[in-house]
Write a protein that binds this ligand. Structure first.
Ligand code: FES
Length: 264
């Protein structure tokens, strides 16, 4: 992990609250992989309010151009600030952080299950897995059609996918977890990566608790330091039959075996 700055090449508004930002950074493009994140300073130079940096999963990496991107939702002062940055502005960030996903040679079938902004870190896994000629299926669920513009990125992956919305305004009407349950047999031999709201992850944990699939969850805890010092992002994991341990999402994660996560 390094403290870095990078020129913003675009900061495109996808919908009311959704943005994609492209940043020039040879260092990130060379050293980062899927599942990792960056910690962004969300205030002007020499201003320390808000004090804490905000974590953003790496959405895409274009090695050829030394450009990576983040997809983010505006939901507070920090993201409000970065949504106002323009092409040519400089982003102050640290990264790459967290442990990346090492796609296994033996993982031939990969199911990605994303809810809301949880689709962001899964996108790069999909891209890398597709590049390795794996059979990849992306199941994505949203409340409404505010992620419609992301559909273009999804199509570019040239993989099979299903989109669900709770209000039926895009794709099938329903929940992505119900979609997975209804198609459970088709995904029998798939390794799974999921990211999204807790309720979705809890439901998936129930669905897969007595099955043999390897299910990895990318957790999106609130973070403060982002480097394992403050313990602000701890998650409880099952250990043995009755025990448990605490792990830090920023340092030990963000990927964990979903079956081991204890959602209190
Ligand atoms: Fe501080 Fe993880 S955010 S330990």
């Amino acid at each position: 992990m390094k403290l870095l700055t990078g020129e913003i090449l675009s900061n495109e508004k996808y919908s009311d609250n959704l943005y994609k930002m492209e940043i020039f950074s040879p260092y990130i493009c060379k050293n980062a992989t899927a599942g990792q994140f960056i910690n962004v300073k969300c205030s002007p130079e020499s201003v320390l309010d808000p004090l804490l940096r905000r974590p953003f999963g790496i959405f895409n990496i274009e090695k050829k151009f030394n450009v990576f991107s983040i997809l983010y939702r505006v939901k507070g002062r920090g993201t409000e600030f970065i949504s106002g940055l323009k092409r040519g502005d400089i982003l102050d960030f640290a990264g790459p952080m967290g442990n990346g996903i090492d796609l296994n040679e033996n993982e031939n079938n990969i199911l990605l299950i994303g809810g809301g902004i949880g689709i962001a870190p899964l996108y790069l896994i999909a891209r890398f897995a597709g590049g390795m000629k794996k059979n990849v299926f992306f199941a994505a669920g949203f409340k409404d059609n505010s992620y419609l513009r992301w559909g273009k990125d999804l199509i570019e992956l040239k993989i099979n996918y299903a989109v669900l919305t709770e209000d039926g305004s895009w794709g099938e009407k329903g929940l992505v977890s119900d979609y997975v349950w209804n198609n459970i047999k088709s995904f029998k031999n798939f390794d799974i990566y999921c990211c999204g709201p807790r309720d979705m992850l809890k439901t998936l944990q129930n669905i897969y608790k007595d099955r043999n699939n390897k299910v990895t969850a990318l957790l999106e805890e609130r973070m403060a330091c982002g480097v394992g010092v403050c313990a602000g992002c701890v998650v409880k994991l099952r250990k043995g039959k009755k025990g448990f341990s605490y792990k830090k999402v920023c340092k030990d994660g963000p990927a964990f075996n979903l079956g081991e996560v204890i959602f209190d």
